[in-house]
Design a protein around this ligand. Structure first.
Ligand code: C2O
Ligand code: CU
Ligand code: CU
Length: 527
């Protein structure tokens, strides 16, 4: 039944774009829809209501923006217009290419009209959100050039930093790497009462950071993959740019006050893994991860942020003298054979000026004013959502990550093959399972599961981490996640429950070049 509905709605959408819809009366459309949902508007995927708390339109469109000194750069980006709802729902990012920051509250119903003004198919995926399958921006429901797709959903996630990005995948491979690289990404913040009650630093005392690495030509054109042999290397390793951008512009110095700050960071890079640390050696105080706040703050010597992951960090500058500086850096680490040697050192990759594991600055905080505040970090953060209950009887589903000669990486020997699922990729609605990802490759893989947040309940390595082990101490495993880094040789166990929504979802490596070359599969949730 569900599948039928999707197909019929997809057809309606296609008709709408071809103009054929104009000839049909609304009455025809109503009888054409399955009962059970009110058809306030034809073709709303997901939650179809007469009335929503928030309505916005989002365009994926070519644009030209000034990123570096000199000529502007051609990008693809999101632009949004708020049609209904609180005025702070949409905050345009004027500098750089990032899409607007979308701020939602738990419990709101939202309708988003997505227009594709690009010359190729696209989709918009709400990374980390628990939304119906048809709203998830999957490649099986592409938005063709010139077309519009409308999605509706209720915000069910607890407060946290999420993001949205393209998830297009064509006949000859994925376009996620290229489209996100071109600028199709933005932040999505969910707020709720539990978080608001903690009164964490907000407004100008909260910094949102999107970390991305990029390569430009001398005339400021974005360069994605190099040609020939280099391109193959880039895909195997994942794209690495030769300079850092923060929020779509080169790193800058922030003037701050001598007080506590909340810093929320998204790794929006195609493949780079960051080892976040403070320049004065103080510990990194982590208060949240992908799926919102941890139960209690955690001090780490450094914090590892793999592609698509988010970290919520607290830093107290109350004791800093005016004029002093503190830098957020990505510290050096051993990136196995990618630090040099085979993939980095032979001059085969045109974009390794900033190889994996390099040390560089991300942001400078300059304390420019005194502040009079006694704000402290609560010792208890978010405790309402209980960890997923796991027993000896909980089913363990195993996934082996392996390398396929000349074709990239695979999951249980399989690569992406459209909306097909194997028998061992079908799960039951309401079930709790443990998914174990075992990495039999020399590369780390940030494994991401759509539509839910999981707990990391185990991480061990039997065969050594092939050089990457230096990152282990900084991996944040407590709290809620939608993306977990699996180092070479590691087996990582994730506990999750398939709640509420039936249908197809995706799991994949969020190294975008791995994903695009097939390290991605659908799974099916069925009652
Ligand atoms: Cu960031 Cu399949 O997603
Ligand atoms: Cu996702
Ligand atoms: Cu991977």
């Amino acid at each position: 039944m569900k599948q039928n509905k999707v197909q019929r709605r997809t057809i309606l959408r296609v008709m709408a774009s071809s103009g054929a819809l104009m000839a049909l009366s609304p009455g025809f459309l109503l009888t054409g829809c399955d009962s059970g949902v009110s058809a306030a508007e034809p073709g709303v995927l997901g939650l179809d209501l007469d009335d929503y708390d928030v309505e916005l339109s989002l365009r994926a469109t070519p644009d030209s923006v000034r990123i570096l000194a000199g000529e502007p750069s051609e990008v693809w980006r999101y632009k949004a217009e708020l049609e209904k709802g609180p005025a702070d729902t949409v905050a345009e990012n004027t500098a750089g290419y990032l899409g607007p920051t979308i701020r939602l509250r738990r419990g709101q119903t939202v309708k988003i009209r997505i227009h594709n003004e690009l010359p190729e198919d696209t989709t918009v995926h709400w990374h980390g959100l628990h939304v119906p399958s048809d709203v998830d921006g999957q490649p099986r429901l592409p938005i063709r050039p010139g077309e519009t797709m409308t999605v509706g959903f209720k915000v069910r996630d607890r407060a946290g930093l999420f993001w949205y990005h393209s998830h297009a995948h064509g006949e000859d491979g994925g376009r996620v790497g290229f489209q996100s690289y071109s600028g199709l990404a933005g932040l999505l913040i969910v707020e709720d009462d539990e978080e608001a009650d903690l009164r964490l630093p907000a407004g100008k005392n909260e910094l949102l950071l999107v970390l991305q690495d990029r390569t430009f030509t001398s005339s400021n054109k974005l360069v994605y993959l190099s040609d020939g042999m280099g391109a193959m290397m880039d895909r195997m390793r994942g794209f690495l740019g030769n300079r850092m951008l923060l929020n779509g512009v080169p790193p800058t110095t922030h003037q701050v006050a001598a007080r506590p700050y909340r810093i929320r960071v998204l790794n929006g890079s195609n493949s780079r893994i960051y080892k976040l640390a403070w320049s004065d050696g103080r510990p990194v105080t982590v208060i949240g991860a992908d799926g919102g706040l941890l139960q209690t703050p955690e001090d780490k010597p450094y914090a590892v942020l793999a592609p698509a992951q988010r970290l919520d960090v607290w830093v107290n500058l109350a004791d800093s003298r005016p004029g002093s500086r503190l830098k957020l850096i990505s510290d050096s680490y051993d990136a196995g054979m990618m630090s040099g040697g085979m993939m980095g050192g032979m001059g085969m990759s045109g974009t390794s000026d900033l190889p994996a594991g390099s040390r560089f600055n991300l942001m400078t905080l300059k304390v420019s004013e005194a502040a009079d505040t006694a704000e402290t970090l609560p010792t208890q953060l978010a405790v309402k959502r209980k960890r997923i209950p796991v027993t000896d009887a909980t089913r363990v589903r195993k996934f082996e990550l392996s390398h396929v000669m000349m074709r990239g990486f695979a999951i249980n020997g399989r690569q992406f093959k459209g909306a097909t699922v194997a028998d061992d990729e079908k799960v039951r609605l309401g079930d709790t399972e443990i998914w174990e990802f075992r990495n039999n490759t020399p590369m780390p893989h940030p494994m991401h599961i759509h539509g839910l947040q999981f707990n990391v309940i185990g991480r061990n390595s039997s065969s050594g981490t092939r050089g990457w082990g230096g990152l282990r101490q900084g991996i944040v495993d407590s709290g809620w996640h939608d993306t977990a880094l699996v180092l070479p040789g590691e087996a990582v166990r994730l506990a999750m429950t398939f709640e509420r929504f039936e249908g197809l979802y995706i799991y994949h490596c969020h190294n975008m070049e791995h994903e695009d070359t097939g390290m991605m599969r659908y799974f099916q949730v069925k009652s």
